[in-house]
Design a binder for this molecule. Structure first.
Ligand code: F6P
Length: 599
């Protein structure tokens, strides 16, 4: 079929936006096959070389490891001289959420050792973006720079780590540009997963430069060790462009390795060497192996979650400590990625906001999306819980197992559709009396080396493992619900300029039409008209995304209009007849292919 061929422009896409050949047929896979596909995609994070691109730097490549050593040395310097020093991590969407998680955990470790907490985070859109989708602030470079300026007021030295997996977020570009103009105070680091020449080169709002300019200036400063670019290539995402998956995992692996190395050097006298960094990455690779060695149990959980979503019921993650944060993060990503409602998949954490330790404190008055404590789950969800809803507990053998059992007991009185992901230690496992509370338990048993007995490292591994499991469950469940066509999330919400570009790319990919034809169809869907006015076509992309934010199914509508050569009303009628997006798209391809055969 013509839309299956890899077109020339697909080759020109940055790695993070490409379609991964491994997951091309994920939409037709069952739970078990899906786990194998995700396992192979995630394996690429650690691969030394990917056959078809032998030239890109990988996570284990020497220059990448050396840059990690250099940045870890900056962390060490900051920790040795904490007065007026700040380590600041910043990003949009998942990148900001991972920044939040790393900073909170690292500060907690510093605090436990009576050291000054010198880490902070910025997430585009503020703390509400930790739990909900706030895509528009990502487009604003001035907002990024102003927020940075405010957070750093009065600091003499700032190590700034700007995370943008796609090397594309204007919010982060604005911050890096600000740092480059004040190198006396700032050491900027860019973390992303494309080669620099693939960084985004589109104009940004109210700005004379673009992301690629900034990345090139950073590379130039790296020669004098005044700035650093950390950009190993991980291969394309399993769901095209969904950087919450491999991008998010690699962000966590890289930054916690750097922070820990700096800490070990500052307080335990361990010199940071390339060997030390490689060993820590290898430990994360072991987490990958251990997690995916439970593939049958994981497949069963995907199947259960898929069933719940197909029945228009819900999936609830009930997590303890930072596993609660991993659950909240995974759940919140389903809203922008799959156009899900906030209550399709929801996360809860023990003790709610007091456990989160986010900067803006308790946000529960902002609305139901911000109600996140276990007690809230008991008060607001439990009374109406049905057998179709899936409840998944996330805990470790170190958590309060009395609390786990007593909450499980309350849930069981309403539904038996209760499952758990439980992390065990080889010599210390979750007792049988706890396990029997659940219909299924995915036990992951860890054998830590003496070095890892550090409970901080252990928790990081449990978090990463849980992230891989939940990413698989929420992705798999949405695939089973029919939200994905091949490996494209075709019904994406076009709420910022990156997603606007991605929408046009998807239309080009599936129709073979020119960029301008695809953009016109997209605008017709966004502005709900067959006759675009001059005002509409000449408006800038931020006006388009603002309008698109209030519209449903814009990309599928545009796709049907192009493929079937029909009007907006006809396209919408076609989609109404096929509520499952994958079926709607397949039907449209079949009908247009039959038509062209007859023609
Ligand atoms: O714009 C939405 C989004 O794609 C999120 O899903 C993602 O987590 C965020 O942007 C950040 O992307 P990046 O790290 O590539 O800047």
């Amino acid at each position: 079929m013509d839309h299956m061929k890899q077109s020339c422009y697909e080759l020109s896409l940055p790695v993070t936006e490409k379609c991964n050949p491994i997951s091309r047929d994920i939409d037709r896979a069952n739970g078990k096959q899906m786990v194998q596909i995700l396992r192979r995609c995630d394996a690429e994070i650690f691969e030394k070389k990917i056959n078809h691109d032998p030239f890109h730097q990988r996570l284990y490549s020497s220059p990448v490891i050396q840059t990690m050593v250099d940045v870890a040395k900056r962390v060490e310097m900051m920790l040795r001289d904490p007065e007026e020093s700040l380590i600041l991590l910043s990003g949009c969407g998942t990148s900001g959420r991972i920044a939040f998680l790393l900073v909170t955990s690292f500060n907690e470790m510093l605090n436990a050792q009576k050291q000054k907490q010198i880490c902070s985070y910025i997430i585009a859109g503020g703390d509400r973006a930790l739990l909900t989708s706030q895509e528009a602030p990502e487009d604003d470079p001035v907002l990024g720079a102003c927020t940075l300026d405010k957070v750093c007021a009065g600091k003499k030295r700032v190590l700034f780590i700007g995370i943008s997996c796609g090397m594309s977020a204007p919010f982060v570009a604005g911050q890096l540009d600000f740092c480059l103009k004040h190198l006396d105070v700032f050491t900027p680091v860019l973390l992303g997963f494309n080669p620099v020449h693939m960084a985004r080169s589109e104009p940004m709002q109210d700005c004379s430069f673009h992301f690629k300019d900034v990345a090139e200036r950073m590379t130039a400063e790296q020669r004098h060790k005044k700035a650093f670019v950390l950009n190993p290539v991980l291969g394309a995402e399993a769901i095209s462009g969904s950087s919450r998956m491999k991008g998010g995992s690699a962000t966590k692996i890289i930054l916690e390795t750097i922070l820990l190395a700096g800490h070990e050097a500052a307080f335990r006298g361990k010199i940071t060497t390339p060997e030390y960094i490689s060993a820590r990455i290898a430990a994360s690779e072991m987490v990958y192996e251990t997690t995916y060695s439970n593939s049958d149990e994981l497949a069963a959980l995907i199947h259960k979650a898929g069933e719940s979503l197909q029945k228009k019921a819900h999936v609830y993650y009930i997590g303890w400590q930072t596993l609660g944060i991993i659950g909240l993060t995974d759940a919140s990503e389903c809203i922008p990625t799959y156009g899900a409602d906030f209550d399709d998949i929801r996360g809860f954490i023990n003790n709610g906001f007091s456990k989160m330790k986010n900067k803006e404190g308790d946000l529960s008055s902002l609305g139901p999306e911000f109600v996140i404590g276990h007690k809230d789950f008991v008060d607001t969800i439990l009374p109406s819980l049905s057998q179709n809803d899936m409840v998944l507990f996330l805990f470790t053998v170190n958590d309060d197992l009395h609390e786990v059992t007593s909450l499980a007991d309350q849930v069981r009185r309403r539904t038996s559709n209760l499952h758990a992901i439980a992390h065990d230690l080889e010599k210390f496992s979750v007792p049988e009396r706890v396990c029997i509370m659940f219909e299924t338990v995915l036990h992951i048993t860890w054998s830590f080396s003496s070095e890892d007995v550090n409970s901080f490292v252990m928790r990081q591994h449990w978090e990463l493992s849980t992230k891989w499991c939940l990413n698989a469950i929420s992705t798999g469940a949405h695939v089973l619900k029919g939200k994905v066509y091949m490996n494209y999330m075709i019904d994406l919400r076009v709420t910022n300029s990156k997603l606007y570009r991605r929408a046009i790319n998807i239309l080009q990919q599936f129709t073979g039409c020119s960029e301008s034809e695809c953009e016109r169809a997209l605008l017709r869907a966004i502005y709900s008209t067959d006759d675009l006015s001059e005002d509409m076509t000449s408006a800038d992309v931020w006006k388009h995304t603002d309008t698109a934010n209030r519209q449903d199914r814009v990309v599928p509508t545009a796709l049907v209009m192009i493929r079937c050569g029909c009007t907006l009303a006809e396209a919408r009628h076609h989609l109404d007849c096929h509520p499952v997006i994958r079926d709607a798209v397949s039907a449209c391809f079949n009908s247009s292919e039959n038509k062209s055969t007859v023609d």
